[in-house]
Design a protein around this ligand. Structure first.
Ligand SMILES: [Zn+2]
Length: 163
């Protein structure tokens, strides 16, 4: 088991799009293993490579019965709306209410480079959207109103000081 430090807001690697994954090799496999280890250790349900400082379009998740690795993910369709709380390991898990589509279809490549599509709703759909956003350099707080975003980042800064 190898965990890696989680990179936190506002580190620049979190705020720029990742590079496409092109090598589906043992190195990628080892990286993905570290990502799962880091995610489980932190009590998260999803983790993008940027969050451990690796600027690749890659995420892992284990959320609501869906455990997968997604390289070069894209959201190909969304439907409906859900409300609920969302948080991010890179923003100290400070929760905020955020409306998201209720259903999402993810297209990505697995560890072998094979393209797959997966549909989810509820929490798992939220996870698809949150993690794919990470790969595009977008944190969930960017979807909040300026006031709410400020509230979350202030809470997070305070938390960091008290650590
Ligand atoms: Zn996140």
């Amino acid at each position: 088991m190898a965990t890696r430090p989680i990179i936190e807001y506002p580190t620049p690697v979190l705020l720029s799009p990742g590079e496409p994954v092109v090598n589906f090799d043992g190195e990628l496999e080892a990286l993905v293993q570290d990502m799962f280890d880091t995610m489980y250790d932190a009590g998260g349900v999803g983790l993008a490579a940027q969050q451990i400082g690796v600027p690749l379009r890659l995420f892992v998740m284990d959320c609501d019965g869906i455990r997968l690795v997604a390289a070069n993910p894209e959201i190909i369709s969304v439907e409906g709306e859900q409300s609920g709380e969302e948080g991010c390991l890179s923003v100290g898990k400070v929760p905020a209410d955020l409306k998201r589509p209720d259903r999402a279809v993810l297209r990505a490549q697995d560890l072998m480079g094979k393209t797959f599509e997966r549909e989810a709703n509820g929490l798992a759909a939220r996870c698809f959207l949150h993690e794919t956003d990470h790969c595009d350099g977008i944190l969930f707080i960017r979807h909040l109103s300026p006031l709410r975003r400020d509230l979350v980042t202030r809470k997070f800064r305070k938390m960091k000081k008290e650590r």
